[in-house]
Ligand binder design. Structure first.
Ligand code: AMP
Length: 214
């Protein structure tokens, strides 16, 4: 089963994708993670995208479609793919449809994660991640353990994303409403959209997603 997790920044797509990887042996394809890896690798492309990402704007369709194409070719997923943060534009959605078609595959479900805007701002400005395993923490709802070690892998290095500040978040939200939210109608019309409430606890949201998939 191949699925898309669709939702604004801070909706919890990455957290739920990691849970699906653990529970269902699926492969997570996050264009945000791919782009962050590209920028730390110091390549020309990495340098070009760093500035765009920090501002909160979208990277060009050609770049992200190219990244997804490479991953689909190299990373086979018997349990299916979770597209996390991709597609973000109608052109990307069309390209994904064509790429999957060439592989004899398709999108089975699009999970729209709904979270209101005030909650997104609060979540994102309090967010940090383990630099080693990517486990997500939140200053208010899930603080870093008092011994300073990640509860998942034991590492003690935590980081905040350069674009997790109020100013770039406003730009990211605007990009979501202008460029990505039309995908809700696009996938509704295709008949595979399911909307879930993304505001509950991590477990509650995971249960709603599981219900939508089974
Ligand atoms: P994310 O980790 O999904 O929140 O993505 C972080 C940033 O990477 C976004 O704000 C964009 O600048 C860029 N990005 C990630 N995925 C895409 C995409 N599918 N299309 C364009 N830009 C993207």
């Amino acid at each position: 089963m191949n699925i898309i997790l669709l939702g604004p920044p801070g909706a919890g797509k990455g957290t739920q994708a990691r849970k699906l990887v653990e529970d269902r042996n699926m492969v997570q394809l996050s264009t945000g993670d791919m782009l962050r890896a590209a920028r730390t690798s110091g390549t020309e492309m990495g340098k070009r995208v760093a500035e765009v990402m920090d501002r909160g704007d979208l990277v060009t369709d050609d770049i992200v479609i190219g990244l997804i194409r490479e991953q689909l070719e190299s990373d086979k997923a018997p349990g299916g793919y979770i597209f996390d943060g991709f597609p973000r534009t109608l052109a990307q959605a069309d390209a994904l449809g064509r790429l999957l078609d060439e592989m004899g595959e398709s999108i089975d479900r699009v999970i729209e994660m709904q979270v209101d805007d005030d909650a997104l701002v609060a979540r994102i400005t309090a967010r940090s991640t383990c630099a080693n395993c990517g486990e997500v923490y939140n200053d208010i709802t899930k603080p870093i353990p008092s011994d300073g070690k990640c509860s998942k892998c034991g590492a003690s290095d935590f980081q905040r994303r350069a674009d997790d500040n109020e100013e770039s978040l406003r730009t990211r939200l605007l990009a979501y409403y202008k460029q990505t939210s039309p995908l809700i109608g696009y996938y509704y019309a295709k008949g595979n959209l399911v909307s879930v409430d993304g505001l509950g606890s991590m477990e509650d949201v995971a249960a709603s997603i599981a219900k939508a998939l089974d």
